[in-house]
Design a protein around this ligand. Structure first.
Ligand SMILES: [Zn+2]
Length: 349
């Protein structure tokens, strides 16, 4: 078949044109590799692309319209109950294990054995037996050998779809046996436009597109999570208060240190990340680039505050936040680390 004759724009995927193009050509030409490796940051859409590819492989419609989204195979893949498509991940491993213990921070040898036994079966309803393995960068050392064996001698009907974050962090033995599909952030305007098409108001769509930085799957997750958006909004208020009032900053730093000591480390790290984001937005406003800010919903207050400090003052505040993240990671006393952070911020004029 002439490559040019193959349409590729019919997949229900926003952005990622190169990946969709490659994969849809493989489906339509029947020249399918036995292993694909999808890489990119969390929330970029790796799972969506891999699952859509799986659907295209097993779809019952004519080749040009796969995946049709309508047939029984397509619908059952979406519901996770199609017999020829298996998905394994830390999440499925955790759900399968009764005790949520430390073994669940890595993909275990048992999970890779499950993968091997699933691909040893002939497909029941389609031409392919597809196995999706997520969190490949978290495969335990002993399980890697078993995974490698699966990659080395796959039966002719098997397609393995591996999902990882960083290509470079994986062993060469895994990388060299897979067709690599690298997913990059997609343009902010396209994320916003897609959300609007799904019924999100344009202001909200623009904010979510900025917060998620081209990670379309994360953008959809956030859209569906009003509680997370509300929590961010509250955290932005607290952070702006800290930035505008040195006494409030000291009090909040003390509270953050207390909850950090009580084990809520992620929450404190997220709050510092948000502070970094706000200081960076202030830097952009002070540098005359307000269009590039992340926290667009508080742009008026940022633009006002940004004028009262020099670029150097704001840069020092950004660095103090990074320093605090570093200090906490090397076990400096939380109160000392967070206090040191806020006392380096410039005073409002
Ligand atoms: Zn279908």
């Amino acid at each position: 078949m002439e490559a040019a004759a193959i349409p590729s724009g019919t997949w229900p995927i926003t952005g990622h044109e190169n990946a969709v193009d490659q994969l849809s050509r493989a489906v339509q030409s029947g020249r399918v590799n036995h292993a694909y490796l999808f890489t990119g940051p969390d929330g970029i859409g790796r799972r969506t692309v891999a699952r859509t590819f799986a659907r295209a492989l097993v779809c019952q419609a004519d080749q040009a319209s796969r995946p049709c989204g309508q047939c029984s195979a397509c619908r059952r893949v979406l519901d996770g109950v199609f017999p020829d498509v298996t998905t394994l991940s830390l999440e499925t491993q955790q759900a399968a294990s009764e005790r949520r213990d430390s073994r669940n921070t890595v993909i275990s040898i048992e999970t890779i054995r499950e993968l091997r036994s699933s691909v040893s079966l002939r497909p029941m309803e389609s031409d392919w037996r597809v196995a999706i393995l997520e969190d490949v960068d978290r495969v335990s050392r002993d399980a890697y050998d078993a995974l490698l064996k699966t990659l080395e001698e796959p039966p002719s009907y098997v397609v393995l779809l591996l999902i990882a974050t960083e290509f470079a962090a994986l062993p060469e033995t895994i990388r060299s046996r897979c067709r690599h599909i690298s997913l990059e952030p997609i343009p902010r305007a396209l994320v916003a436009e897609t959300l609007v098409k799904h019924g999100v108001k344009s202001d909200q769509a623009d904010l979510i597109a900025r917060l998620t930085r081209g990670r379309i799957a994360r953008a959809f997750d956030l859209t569906a999570d009003p509680e997370a958006l509300e929590q961010r909004r509250t955290a932005v208020e607290t952070s702006l208060e800290m930035i505008g009032d040195p006494l409030a900053a000291l009090a909040e730093a003390r509270r953050m240190a207390d909850i950090y000591r009580r084990g809520q480390r992620d929450q404190v790290q997220q709050q510092i990340d948000l502070l970094v984001g706000l200081w960076r937005d202030l830097l952009l406003c002070a540098a005359g680039r307000p269009d590039d800010v992340t926290n667009i919903d508080v742009i008026d207050r940022l633009a006002g505050a940004g004028q009262s400090w020099s670029l150097n003052d704001i840069q020092a505040a950004v660095e103090s936040c990074y320093q605090a993240l570093h200090d906490l990671s090397v076990n400096v006393q939380p109160r000392l680390a967070l206090n040191t952070m806020v006392v380096q911020w410039p005073e409002p004029r």
